[in-house]
Write a new protein. Structure first.
Lengths: 150, 150
DNA sequence: GATGGGGCTTGCCACCGTGGGAAGGTCAAG
DNA sequence: CTTGACCTTCCCACGGTGGCAAGCCCCATC
């Protein structure tokens, strides 16, 4: 099976299939004499696994771990569960941060007339506003790619 | 004032100050004869405005718009409000997506023993895309129509 | 006035995950 | 044999942020 078919069958774009291969997430695909990647049913299963975990927001690093556990018959389900739950925490934290922003903004918008006049508490807040909290760590959910070594 | 001082006073790193300048978010800073950027109190106000809006998750493009409205005495507060509320929607949507992932994962983790045994419904779901809830009858032979568009 | 250290400059690289596109090879149908 | 769809690799972009390097600049201290 060529990469295009594998893509359709797995829901992962050819681009990403190659990217996952390059990143060691999935194994090096077999090649035809002319260099076309060839995919088997087993490869498709892996690709679908990756897609599902990606859809749940796991990072590639975490997916690599999950794949390892998947293939490891001697795994402890506790390991999987721990990984999953720590991701749940991360997701919740991110969502909470987003909702906090949303709440703040909504509160501001509520007291804005929203008419043709220039006066606007939203802009006022951005301009003068609560700069009270001193140098808290910057926006956590947009945190920089923490350069974890490899 | 040099960029380092401006950074401390505004809570924006020197790196990001330059980046915002390059991206047209903030104006081109004045320079000393030797090329050092110089910042005024007015510049600081702009930087703090940018930081506050970034803390609320606005994109640079949106911040540019907000800055335009801020500086525009003839603005309509309705424009600000519209921008804010559309961002609120985006934030809520993102948060909802995150929480949906979290919910799915938590549901899976709940039915995982989390012990030393290999059996794990979490991994099983990633592998087969099977039904999470054990009480529900299995899907019939035909396609389960899971459709996650991609 | 020399020296040293910290600040500043620009520029490039990295991260993640994804898409776009160019330049070229391959394959199957017409 | 030509055409068009597919494949290959390689580079570029995005949003934001940090790191590092090479090279100036400024000031204080000796």
């Amino acid at each position: 099976m060529n990469i295009g078919e594998a893509s359709k069958a797995s829901g992962v774009s050819p681009k990403m299939i190659r990217y996952y291969e390059a990143g060691g997430l999935i194994g090096t695909a077999a090649r035809t004499a002319s260099g076309y990647r060839q995919y088997t049913e087993a490869d498709l299963r892996t690709l679908r696994f990756v897609r599902r975990t990606r859809d749940l927001g796991f990072s590639m690093e975490q997916i690599a771990q999950l794949l390892g556990l998947w293939r490891n018959e001697g795994r402890a389900s506790a390991d999987v569960k721990r990984l999953a739950l720590s991701h749940v925490e991360a997701l919740d934290a991110k969502a909470a941060a987003l909702l906090e922003m949303s709440r703040t903004l909504r509160r501001l918008a509520e007291v804005c007339q929203g008419d043709a006049a220039a006066a606007c508490p939203i802009i006022d807040e951005f301009a003068d506003g609560g700069d009270v909290r001193p140098s808290r760590p910057r926006a956590p959910d947009f945190a920089p790619a923490r350069h974890r070594g490899r």
